[in-house]
Each structure stands twice: as C-alpha cells, then as structure tokens.
Design a protein around this ligand. Sequence first.
Ligand code: SF4
Length: 325
Amino acid sequence: MRNVGYPGRHRTTGVNRHDGSTGQRTGQALLLVRPRQPRPAIAPVATDTDEPAASSTPPKKISLADPAARWTAAPGGPAFFAYSTNYLIDLQAGIIVDVEATPANRSQEVESTRTMINRVEHQRDLKPRRLVGDTAYGTAALLGWMVEQKHIEPHVSVWDKTTRKDNTFSRSEFIWNEQANEYRCPAGNALRSDWRPFRNARTHVTKADTIVYRASQMDCDGCSMKDRCCPNTLFRKVVRSVHEAARDEARRIAATPEYKQSRRQRKKVEMLFAHLKRILKLDRLRLRGPSGAHDEFLMAATAQNLRRMAKWLTPEGKQANQAAT
Ligand code: SF4
C-alpha cells in the first residue's frame, strides 16, 4: 500500500480544429492547467442540494475530424477542441503511476480517478492510503466511494454550496441527530424524512442520492423565525446526501495539520503539467480519438518518469560537471 495518491488533470488541444483542417493553435489557448472555472460541464447549484449537477446540455460544437474531443475554453481565453490528461501520482516519489485520457469535461475528468485507482490496485497492487485533490474531487459520490468502498482518507475539500447568501438559515444551522434520523431547526423543531409510518418501508432516497427532510407545516406556520428560514415556502426542507458521513470525514480531515501538508504537496502535480506544456511542448495532439490521446499522454508521462529517474540515478556532482561542459 503506497502512502499517498494524487489525481490531477490538464487539457491539451485535439489533433484538428473543428472544421477538420489541421492548423496551428496559439500557445495562449493552452493556458489551461486546471482552470478554476472553465465553462462548466457541472455547475454549482445554489440550493440545499449542494452537489454539482451533470450538464445535460449538448456540446456547442462537434469536431468533424474528432467528435470525441470537447469544445472548451479557459475563462477569458479562446475556445478549442481538447482532451484532458489525468494523472495519478505518488506524492512521495513524484512518479506518475497512472494516466487516463478523457474529453475536456470536468465530470469525466473527476470520474477518471476511480478508473485509475482501480487499475493501479488490480494491475500493480498499489492502493493509496490517502488521496489528495482539489474541490472538484469533493463531490459526495466520489467521497462516498473513497471512504465507504475503498477506505482511502480523502484529503479533499468538500464541494459544499449550502451556505445561503440571502440571509436565510443555511443548512449548517440545522443540527443533525443520527439516532433519531432527523434535523433540528434553530427553533428546536424536527425535520424528518417521513412524518407517518408506511406499510412498506421506504428509503426516501432520491435519484440524486439524497434524502429530503421536511419540517412540519404546523410548526412553521406559527414560527417567529419563518422570515429568516423559509419566507417563500410553506415549510422548510433540508437535503442530506446519503454520503454525508463521508463528507463529514473529509471535513474532519480538512481541520488537521496533515491536510495542510497535503495541500502544499498538491503543487507536485501542477509542476508536472507545467513541465508537460513548457518543456515537452505537448500543446497539440497528433493522433485522433480517445485512444490516440491516451497513447500520446501515456508516452509523455513515461518521458516525464524517465527524466525523473535519470535525475535520481545521476550523482549530483556529475550533473554539475555535465552542465559546466
Ligand atoms: S420556520 Fe419552521 S423550520 Fe424554520 S425555524 Fe421555524 S419552525 Fe423551524
């Protein structure tokens, strides 16, 4: 079992432009090392349901030469067709342990983490003890998979958009009671997933893997805090993910000194992507399709690993002599 893993992603232009002709793209278009907010395939939802929703919007443009490439852009930059390279690296050694090519789409990039973790586990008997990543990897589904299925420590900030900005109560102001399976609102009343017994037991789990907890309308009708709680609805609802325990685990880890160290170590993957772009000049793919992109990304990662190994094997004095001659 290795100490740590870190997934990261970087976008590279596809082989051809959208009109099918070959052409040079400017380097400027490639300043896309893990953009903070590319035109999102997943978008934050400003409700109690704090998970990013997968976009059902069809792509704006489809490449005639390579339909699997995704039309994308950095904020303020020009758009182009691109694939993403996703790395899983060993933070201790700085070695890339797996590579996965995906279309330049945030949800597919994040999902590639599962593919890579499973692959290195089955093929190389490597399993990370902790996984370090940014907020994109902090979705409830991925955290649930990490904690509940793979037993990996999530050193990842939780994707949480439940804080309300309209001065009404946010979800954090409702107290969860695990044993009673209910929330308590600031007025001390219960929010439950079911207010009456059902002949056939129901899970109340929605398609989004959440459970909706509702206050009693009678409680809310006469409540002095209604204006600050649910001014536009008859009663208050609070949505809880079925993976909330995993999210709580990630929040607990985020308060530890180990998490701060993990955050500092994240730059190791950023450096690999910078190296990929500036030294290896991988700003354009020559092969088409997802398999072509995968082959090129794999070769580039191999070159990066060989370069690192050469540095390890060459004594420092010898390196200095070679540089002087
Ligand atoms: S409005 Fe309803 S849910 Fe909100 S504080 Fe009052 S009783 Fe509780």
